[in-house]
Design a binder for this molecule. Structure first.
Ligand code: PLP
Length: 465
């Protein structure tokens, strides 16, 4: 490789043919998801109302690798393998000895990493006879990914879009509609969950927890409809591991082993997709003396799930109809401020990411909105790509690490998960440029109140699946 190389490109034959399942490599047992009604461990039958059997099997699988179907690979070929760049111009702007790399998922047609799982979920649903998928979306990235995937496989798609994002991001709604989806602002009068929120709080800005309740209710009350989730669950992180597997090959091409792997964390799917293959490699070579990279999940101070939440069983949604998961949570009633990183406004977190954090195998940081946009703009001015506000959380932390390196004289290799572009987030950039964007740190007393409403669950590790 010449010393000025900036792009590390794989060929189509390097697209992973299996998804990596970290569960068999974990040094602890995962706690099982619980039924929201009985608070007892769920069995596959409980989940079949919401998901196709292939997805349920993956959710509970202990196989180390799961084959990616040819039909899914055919769609992945439209944008995979995604490129990995060395951010030489950002390094120069920061005058840092650190080497900064970013794995760019914004090259997918919908503009983010979300199609990696949307395509797989749409495929399995089609194969098992589903006619329509219902889902929620925050910023609209997930909704547009699923809308696109449904159009590829001939499924109808209904999206409940968090109201604050529906108003802030009308063009994402237009994109979903162009792919053929119907889009409803949430909370909505279409579902019992939405109606009860509106009765109590007519001006509710909505939250991912509320939108999930609506989409789950929609699926559970229509025989031909299933539910699809764009983050949090094991099968979603599994599908996203194509990112980390490719990045491992590309870092090898660059002659590097990353010292840091940094991803933003909403429900944990892009962070998990990038980090799990690296964490898994460290776990597999444990005892060899080799130290793996420090994996850092970055969240907003307005929704500090890992850094200020509790590790406990909680409902995945506001109306308590979705499965109950063991995770870091701010409480299912938590409604974060309407920050522009809509995809990071979730009260909980992936059980896998949560467990890794709980067991000290990954780290977490929270960052505020204004420094995030400052980092996003510096990144755009040096690398050209305008990042999604969500992804800019990872950039902020990578910049902090690179500046720290300048000060300490260290020269780490930092790998950023650049999960999407921000071309549909220009209203946010506009607000930042106009100086009207606010910082937000969620008050501790509100977090404490939301956490006080956690369900009382009597399950011990002995009952783990
Ligand atoms: C570009 C982008 N990055 C990150 C996220 C956060 O989700 P997750 O933590 O599942 O990757 C979202 C969610 O919508 C997103 O759109």
């Amino acid at each position: 490789m010449s010393d000025s190389t900036v792009k590390f490109i794989l060929s189509e034959k390097d697209i992973p043919t299996t998804w990596y399942n970290i569960i068999p490599d974990l040094p602890f047992q995962m706690m099982p998801p619980l039924h929201p009604g009985t608070l007892q461990p769920m069995n596959p039958g409980d989940l079949s109302r919401l998901f196709p059997m292939a997805v349920i099997e993956q959710e509970m699988s202990s196989k180390p690798e799961i084959d990616i179907p040819g039909e899914v690979l055919d769609v992945y070929r439209l944008w995979r393998p995604s490129p990995l760049f060395r951010a030489r111009r950002l390094e120069a702007a920061l005058r840092t000895p650190a080497r900064i790399y970013y794995k760019y998922e914004g090259v997918s047609p919908a503009g983010s990493h979300k199609p990696n799982t949307a395509v797989a979920q749409a495929y399995y649903n089609k194969r098992e006879g589903t006619r329509r998928l219902a889902t929620e979306t925050g910023a609209g990235q997930w909704g547009s990914a699923l809308a696109m995937a449904c159009s590829f496989f001939g499924l109808e798609c209904s999206v409940y879009m968090v109201k604050v994002s529906y108003d802030q991001k009308p063009y994402r709604r237009a994109l979903m509609q162009a792919y053929g989806a119907d889009v409803t602002p949430s909370p909505s009068p279409k579902t019992a969950a939405g109606r009860s929120i509106l009765a109590a709080s007519p001006d509710s800005p909505g939250s991912l927890g509320i939108a999930i309740s609506e989409a789950v209710e929609d699926a559970a009350t229509h025989d031909d409809t299933k539910y699809s989730l764009g983050s949090v669950l094991n099968h979603v992180l599994l599908h996203q591991t194509v990112i980390g597997q490719e990045a491992q090959l590309q870092m090898e091409m660059a002659g590097e082993k990353p010292d840091y792997v940094v991803g933003c964390c909403g429900g944990g799917s892009n962070f998990g997709g990038l980090a799990l293959p690296f964490v898994g490699e460290t776990l597999k070579t444990k005892g060899s003396g080799r130290r793996g990279p420090r994996a850092i999940a970055v969240e907003p101070s307005a929704c500090p799930t890992l850094t200020r939440g509790v590790y406990a069983y909680d409902y995945g949604d506001t109306a308590k109809v979705a499965p109950v998961a063991m995770m870091y949570t701010l409480g299912h009633g938590f409604v974060p401020a309407g920050i522009h990183a809509g995809g990071l406004r979730y009260h909980g977190d992936s059980p896998l990411v949560s467990a890794l954090f709980h067991h000290g195998l990954i780290e977490a940081r929270a960052v505020k909105q204004l420094p995030v946009f400052e980092a996003a703009v510096l990144f755009a001015r040096s690398e050209g790509i305008l990042p999604a506000p969500e992804s800019a959380h990872a950039i902020r932390t990578a910049i902090d690490l690179a500046v720290e390196a300048r000060e300490t004289g260290a020269d780490p290799a930092i790998l950023i998960g650049l999960s999407g572009h921000g071309h549909f987030d220009l209203a946010a950039y506009d607000a930042y440029a106009a100086g009207i964007l606010e910082d937000y740190e969620h008050p501790q007393d509100e977090i404490d109140r939301a956490i006080a409403e956690l369900p009382v669950v009597n399950i011990t590790a002995g009952e783990a699946s």
